[in-house]
Design a protein around this ligand. Structure first.
Ligand SMILES: Nc1ncnc2c1ncn2[C@@H]1O[C@H](COP(=O)(O)OP(=O)(O)OP(=O)(O)O)[C@@H](O)[C@H]1O
Length: 615
């Protein structure tokens, strides 16, 4: 096949999408005033081109990228068109954020395979084809050697390439990247931009923000869009920057990196030229690469022209021979995503693997639960069957609730903020819907919490000599299980709303109050009406009441009083129920309220998560 037809074929593989924006403004509220970040900027990012958004720090680069990708919607005015239609839908776009977020427990190959399964239905591509596609992408992105490496152990450059490979699976027409070279050395930066150039050559629209590129990297871009103080101060090819700046009276010193000089000029190092540059940047002539024009060759000798043509031919050949990123199998096929239930199934699988690979949340936690249950069992001894130890026995219920609450709430609270970044990236790039992810998390974590609380409670129940009756044990266990699941829901809610720094602090304080209001440290009968009312907010209070009712209501017989003790005040179960103010308590109602509270935490978390991710 000839080079030209190869090129034609490559360009056919993605539907070209030009991005046009006009009079785009972005305002934010800073205290009582409105601050304008972007000031009626316009531009076009063409398919088949690699565009760099450049500018000094705080110029509005990330703001522009976030607006184009749809991450930022509030405070934005103006028109944005993707392709022909003035659509707000960016279905065929992918956004690669500055930080690379992956589940560190999966290898590169596993991460790619799961992404392929989540993005492409089995009808569009069977498993064999998906594996071939992954092989091809890993090969092209020079990741084959790292196939079996866990994503968490990859180098910065490899992580960036994996991020790109993951989004290339479903062959997007538009790729946005926020500072893809940050943290990479010059060779890795150059490799990354070269890769992006290859992707653009295949007909994609590639837009990225970049800080201070080297001359070599700068010249790899097809289009440069410079922002300064919210205005566009240059849009055109990298080759025209020197002429452009000369036209406004700014002469680039010989041997100076044009990219650096451009940034110095827009940064105001040679005086404030923002307005002049913004006016000059509206001229379309800078967007045309004059090095390709015939008049550019005027004045050159025949030999020089022949040499230039040869160099150009070689460059073209090299460009066409750059390995295609799009695999041949996807040429003729339209890729459809799998149904949402299939994605749910896949995400449940991912959560399970994660649970079992992360020994700190499974093996360690199980071991700690067993050890702590034994320790508490030894500490309270036969308190369940000795009338003189009933206060201690009821105290042990508070210990169980507090232990289960803390050990479940804290991991949820600390783990979830890390997870949010991954979910944000994946939901934004249409890997799955947020509700699918949320359901998968609930379906996977609930049995784990049940298993942990069952292990702990069974050991503690038997060791503290509680009544050997299946009904009472089942009720006691049910209360413990629901309080554990509530703790997880509460932890995840706090993890969603608060920062990892504030979350543990607020969580600890709220838990302390839930504990104080539970009815043991101060009896419910000793609380004022208002305080008693507040106690109804504490899930630990309901669990505590349920545990007392489970063990002391329903005609519990007398608790044995040791022979050497003359009087046992808590010999009768009714005395205990009365003393703790729960003689009229209803076990079923308490469980029902706990489930309501738990559901409220879950729904609230989902709403907060949706708001936070803007989906
Ligand atoms: N939500 C916001 N509230 C207040 N100010 C904001 C908000 N978002 C952005 N800004 C301000 O807008 C300006 C542009 O921010 P932006 O992050 O787009 O800059 P940038 O060019 O990407 O900078 P950098 O290169 O340092 O990342 C900054 O001064 C920033 O403080």
């Amino acid at each position: 096949m000839s080079l030209a037809s190869q090129d034609k074929l490559l360009k056919k593989r993605v539907k070209p999408v030009d991005i046009q924006f006009q009079d785009l403004s972005y305002q934010v509220q800073v205290q009582k005033e409105k601050k304008t970040i972007l000031k009626r900027i316009s531009g076009t990012f063409r398919a088949g081109q690699l565009t760099a958004i450049m500018g000094p720090s705080g110029a509005g680069k990330s703001s522009l990228l976030n607006i184009l990708t749809g991450v930022t919607k509030k405070g934005v005015s103006g028109n944005i068109n993707f392709g022909e239609s003035p659509t707000k839908s960016r279905k065929n776009c992918s956004y690669i954020m500055q930080d690379d977020h992956f589940h560190s427990w999966f290898t590169v190959e596993e991460t790619m395979l799961l992404a392929a399964q989540l993005k492409i239905s089995n009808e569009s591509m069977n498993m064999k084809e998906k594996k071939m596609l992954i092989e091809h992408l890993l090969d092209t992105l020079k990741l084959s050697q790292a196939k079996q490496t866990r994503a968490g152990n990859l180098s910065g450059g490899q992580k960036k390439r994996l991020s790109i490979a993951l989004e290339l699976i479903d062959n997007p027409a538009v790729l946005f990247l926020d500072e893809p070279t940050t943290g990479l050395d010059s060779s890795a930066s150059s490799d990354t931009i070269q890769l992006l150039q290859t992707l653009a050559n295949e007909g994609r629209t590639i837009v990225c923000t970049i800080h201070q590129p080297s001359t070599h990297v700068f010249n790899l871009f097809n289009h440069i869009y410079v922002l300064s103080q919210g205005c566009c101060t240059y849009q055109g090819t990298p080759h025209n920057t020197i002429d452009f700046l000369r036209a406004v009276g700014l002469e680039c010193p010989t041997y100076h990196n044009p990219a650096d000089f451009l940034l110095e000029c827009v940064n105001g190092e040679y005086g404030d030229h923002t307005e002049v540059l913004a006016t000059a940047a509206r001229q379309p002539e800078w967007r045309h690469d004059h090095t390709q024009d015939p008049q550019h060759l005027e004045g050159l000798s025949g030999e020089e022209i022949a040499k230039m043509s040869e160099l150009q031919r070689r460059a073209e050949g090299k460009k066409l021979l750059t390995p295609s990123v799009t695999p041949p199998s996807s040429v003729s096929k339209h890729i459809y995503p799998p149904p949402e239930w299939m994605r749910l199934w896949l995400l449940i699988g991912r959560c399970h693997v994660q649970f079992f690979r992360d020994w700190t949340v499974t093996h360690l936690k199980l071991g700690v639960h067993i050890a702590c249950a034994i320790l508490i069992g030894l500490l309270y001894g036969n308190s369940g069957s000795n009338a003189t130890k009933q206060i201690a026995n009821i105290g042990s219920f508070t210990v169980h609730n507090t232990y289960l609450w803390y050990t479940t709430m804290m991991p949820g609270l600390l783990r979830f903020p890390q997870e949010i970044s991954i979910v944000k990236k994946e939901t934004f790039n249409n890997w799955y819907k947020l509700r699918t992810y949320y359901m998968a998390g609930l379906i996977t974590s609930t049995p784990v919490h049940i298993m942990f609380s069952m292990t702990y409670i069974t050991i503690a129940y038997l060791m503290t000599d509680q009544p050997f009756e299946i009904d009472r044990f089942a009720q006691f266990l049910l209360a413990a299980i629901i309080v554990t699941i509530s703790a997880d829901a509460f932890g995840v809610l706090l993890g969603t709303v608060l920062s990892p720094l504030n979350g543990p602090f607020v969580g600890a304080i709220l838990t302390s109050f839930m504990l104080i209001f539970s009815g043991f440290l101060i009896l419910l009968t000793h609380m004022s009406t208002l305080m008693r009312f507040l106690s109804y907010l504490s899930p630990i209070r309901y669990a505590f009441e349920c545990m007392i009712l489970a063990l002391y209501s329903n005609n519990r017989g007398n608790i044995p009083c040791p022979m050497d003790v003359l009087y046992c005040h808590f010999k009768k179960a009714n005395t205990i129920l009365r003393s703790f103010g729960v003689e009229d308590g209803n076990f079923g109602m308490n469980i029902f309220i706990m489930i309501l509270q738990l559901s409220a935490f879950r729904v609230l978390t989902y709403i907060m998560l949706k708001r936070k991710l803007g989906v």
